[in-house]
Design a protein around this ligand. Structure first.
Ligand SMILES: [Zn+2]
Length: 206
């Protein structure tokens, strides 16, 4: 459902996740009798409490979803958090990254300011991820705060690996040169260092 990115070690999937004023996060949405509801994970007691106060169709839907899921009207959405599920490629482990800066829902189009994380969403159209300009603004934050630091770590790791491999290859070549009777001066010239530096670096290893 979200935007995907693959790093060396993880597959990342991000989206804006609806939250309510009390910080409860949505884990999906559904429609009952033409009204949008968010699915929220709550304790069993709280779910029973919500069900007791809900209309019969909502109560029936909640019963079908399980005992720890409650429905809350989507109209009550207060904002969104940018969240990424980071699934490990080598295990089944999934961690979650959440941007501490929340996106606030504002009540009119004139108050919308995507760079300031203020989004206008009428009760009839709360799927902000489907709005290209909102999605692009959120993806930009995701890239800058979450993916770029990971990618640059991958880059350093790859470069460090390459350097280790190159060093091992060089050591092996120098050892072979010594066995073939090449002088430290010959080896130094081939590597691009002085005779003495070559000698100091490989004397004990060959
Ligand atoms: Zn991630």
């Amino acid at each position: 459902m979200g935007w995907m990115h693959e790093s060396d070690t993880h597959v990342h999937e991000a989206a804006l996740v609806a939250i309510f004023a009390d910080g409860t996060q949505s884990c999906g949405s559904t429609m009952v009798d033409g009204v949008d509801y968010e699915l929220v994970e709550v304790g069993r007691h709280q779910a029973a409490d919500v069900a007791a106060r809900a209309s019969l169709p909502v109560r029936n839907r909640m019963a079908a979803l399980g005992s720890d899921i409650a429905l809350r009207p989507s109209a009550e959405i207060a904002g969104w958090v940018l969240s990424c599920d980071c699934a490990s490629l080598s295990s089944s482990e999934v961690s979650t990254w959440t941007d501490p800066d929340q996106w606030t829902r504002v009540p009119s189009a004139s108050l919308e300011d995507l760079t300031g994380h203020r989004v206008f969403a009428p009760d009839t159209d709360l799927d902000v991820n489907a709005r290209p300009e909102v999605a692009e603004a959120a993806r930009e934050v995701w890239r800058r705060k979450h993916l770029e630091p990971i990618d640059v770590d991958d880059e350093i790791r790859a470069a460090a690996d390459a350097r280790r491999n190159a060093n091992a290859q060089l050591d092996a070549a120098v050892a072979r040169a010594r066995r073939l009777g090449r002088s430290w001066a010959d080896i130094g010239a081939a590597v691009g260092m002085t005779r003495q530096s070559a000698n100091e670096r490989w004397r004990d290893r060959t």
